[in-house]
Design a protein around this ligand. Structure first.
Ligand SMILES: CCCCCCCCCCCCCCCCCC(=O)SCCNC(=O)CCNC(=O)[C@H](O)C(C)(C)COP(=O)(O)OP(=O)(O)OC[C@H]1O[C@@H](n2cnc3c(N)ncnc32)[C@H](O)[C@@H]1OP(=O)(O)O
Ligand SMILES: NC(=O)C1=CN([C@@H]2O[C@H](COP(=O)(O)OP(=O)(O)OC[C@H]3O[C@@H](n4cnc5c(N)ncnc54)[C@H](OP(=O)(O)O)[C@@H]3O)[C@@H](O)[C@H]2O)C=CC1
Length: 515
């Protein structure tokens, strides 16, 4: 059987979205585990005043590439950035670059997308659907293309409860939608978006579903596979545990909880939290690239890349492990001690938002104002509420994904490849993974030093003392205001105290008897 690294040896690979979270891990893994790969062509756009060359050079200095750098300090010679803005006609690739790509590329990995949940429909359509169409056209001109791998999402069909590894009919014919939106101004598109997306929660899942259909249209002319990851989280094992570089999906929620800002969120404790580590997704993607090129399935194969059906873990458990992990390894300058409750009850959540989010934010902002500083906490909470409001759809229900193709793929790999490109999530130990994930957000997203943990713990102790003092003052205040002034309140109070006293005496007496 062909080993995967042998297959990738001498191959030229085209990657879109290489500067993104998953793209970077894909580039790193290809360079590290397939060292004979010939060249990686990355479609990159200039951004934020940086040229595409500068962006790629900066990316390669990132800690993620430390292991590759150790193995091969000259690894960057294999990386060839190609200037491309995916929302432009022809992907804004120069004719020379177009010719070069047509003559040398063997495999395409299409990762680029807008993953924002609040993206205006026109823009999401432009990037997630039209750019995919254009990339497919470019792929059809590639003389030596062996596989085209498209990264979709497990939630592209989240309007269904059970999702098979098939491409479902699209909610609308993409071509018709593109034609009709062309003449509409942004205001009209905004007004009709809820009607168009129907029972999907956002433009992201809607356009990703359309993109799958667009990809499927080319299955007679290209060897295609579609990867559908669920909620992609920090790495499990590679290149090192806990690597993560963004606030997307659960990461922002974890950080907000670790900072003691997020205290409540609407989620179903018993619903499956379908997190999937980024290295698992990338290993599966590379395996799918190899299988598609070598075995050339007759039609596009879809791989649901999820954990829920194989090794389920629930939001309630995630909450418990995130909070205890951040208590052991606190973030610096936490606003309050980490302590979050998730609930599926709307009213309870609203109550805790008021008591645990808005009230402390108001008090803190008042303190800032009085000390001559700019208030900021209410603004942070408003942004947080907007973000978690968009995520609640995914944390309040479960889905079932079939994973037959994933199992088939695993069975086709050699035992060595199964180790090198491991995507067997049965071995995933969730508490350990969540611990590394939380530490990863601290180290790689917030760039905090692990040596500062004793000081961060000291800060948490200070916050705990402030809380105890505040609670004591509150109790004394309530006592003074209500109890001391009303006979009835006093009677109730004495009744409660005497009841507690009786209970205590009873337990003391019964424990003396048993001894
Ligand atoms: C104990 C807890 C237990 C919890 C249990 C429950 C957990 C539930 C988690 C559910 C996750 C569900 C995910 C579903 C994923 C579907 C899978 C996919 O296919 S798709 C893939 C998934 N796709 C997604 O996840 C996309 C979702 N995200 C969005 O759509 C948008 O970001 C937005 C609408 C939420 C905010 O838009 P907007 O207001 O315009 O804000 P910007 O975006 O412009 O960011 C501004 C700045 O703020 C920064 N920052 C961000 N968050 C935080 C934070 N929490 N804190 C601090 N900072 C944060 C951010 O880095 C940026 O910094 P800079 O660069 O300026 O320096
Ligand atoms: N993260 C997740 O939880 C999940 C992600 N997915 C899918 O995985 C893929 C990768 O996601 P992820 O890495 O998280 O996303 P990121 O947002 O981190 O990366 C997106 C990439 O797309 C590129 N891109 C966006 N717009 C353009 C453009 N106009 N021209 C050129 N390049 C552009 C970005 O480049 P730039 O740096 O220039 O902005 C970036 O490299 C996506 O297809 C997504 O749908 C699926 C399931 C879950």
């Amino acid at each position: 059987m062909f080993r995967m690294a042998e297959y990738y040896a001498g191959k030229s690979v085209l990657i879109t979205g290489a500067t993104g979270f998953m793209g970077k891990v894909l580039v790193e893994k290809l360079l590290r585990s397939c060292p004979e790969v010939k060249a990686l062509y990355l479609l990159v756009r200039p951004k934020a005043g940086q040229s595409m060359q500068q962006r790629v050079s900066e990316m390669m200095t990132c800690k993620l590439f430390d292991r590759v750098r150790e193995d091969d300090p000259d690894f960057h010679r294999k990386i060839i950035p190609i200037s491309s803005e995916l929302t432009q006609p022809g992907l804004a690739i120069s004719p020379q670059d177009g010719e070069k790509l047509a003559s040398c590329i063997n495999i395409v990995f299409h990762c680029a997308a807008t993953i924002r949940f609040d993206e205006p429909l026109k823009h999401a359509l432009q990037l997630n659907v039209i750019a995919t169409q254009q990339l497919l056209s470019l792929a059809k001109q590639m003389h030596h293309l062996e596989a085209f791998i498209h990264i979709s999402t497990a939630y592209a069909n989240c309007n269904r409860k059970h999702i098979d590894e098939v491409i479902y009919p699209p909610p609308v014919e993409p071509r018709k939608l593109i034609e009709s939106l062309e003449w509409m101004d942004d205001g009209i598109v905004r007004d009709i978006t809820p009607r168009l997306i129907g029972d999907r929660p956002n433009t992201y899942t809607y356009t990703k579903a359309l993109a799958e259909f667009v990809v499927q249209q080319e299955q007679d002319q290209l060897n295609i596979a579609i990867i559908r990851p669920s909620i992609v989280g920090a790495s499990w094992q590679e290149p090192f545990p806990g690597w993560i570089d963004n606030f997307n999906g659960p990461s922002g929620v974890f950080i907000a909880a670790g900072k003691g800002i997020l205290r409540t969120m609407r989620a179903n404790n018993d619903a499956v939290a379908d997190l999937i580590p980024v290295d698992v997704v990338i290993n599966l993607t590379l395996a799918a690239g190899w299988y598609t090129a070598v075995h050339r399935p007759k039609s596009a194969l879809v791989y649901n890349c999820t954990t829920g059906g194989i090794n389920p873990f629930h939001w309630g458990e995630i909450e418990h492990h995130v909070i205890s992990s951040f208590k052991r390894n606190p973030l610096e300058q936490a606003f309050r001690r980490p302590n979050a409750n998730i609930t599926s009850n709307y009213l309870i959540n609203q109550y805790w938002i008021l008591v645990s989010h808005k009230f402390p934010a108001f008090i803190y902002d008042l303190f800032l104002r009085l000390s001559g500083q700019k208030p900021q906490m209410m603004r942070i909470f408003n942004r947080l509420h907007k973000a978690i409001g968009l995520l609640e759809y995914f944390s309040s229900q479960d889905w079932e994904w079939n994973s037959e193709n994933l199992n088939m793929l695993m069975s086709q790999m050699t035992p060595e490849d199964r180790k090198t490109f491991n995507f067997d999530v049965r071995q995933l130990n969730w508490p350990e993974y969540i611990e590394n994930y939380c530490i990863g957000t601290k180290k790689y997203v917030l760039n905090e030093d692990m040596s500062d943990i004793p000081a961060a713990r000291q800060h948490l102790r200070k916050l705990r003392n402030i809380r105890y003092t505040f609670n004591t003052v509150l109790v004394v205040f309530i006592w003074r205001v209500f109890i001391a002034r009303s006979q009835m309140a006093r009677n109730i109070w004495y009744f409660v105290v005497s009841l507690c006293f009786k209970f205590l005496s009873y337990f003391r007496a019964s424990s003396t008897l048993t001894n």
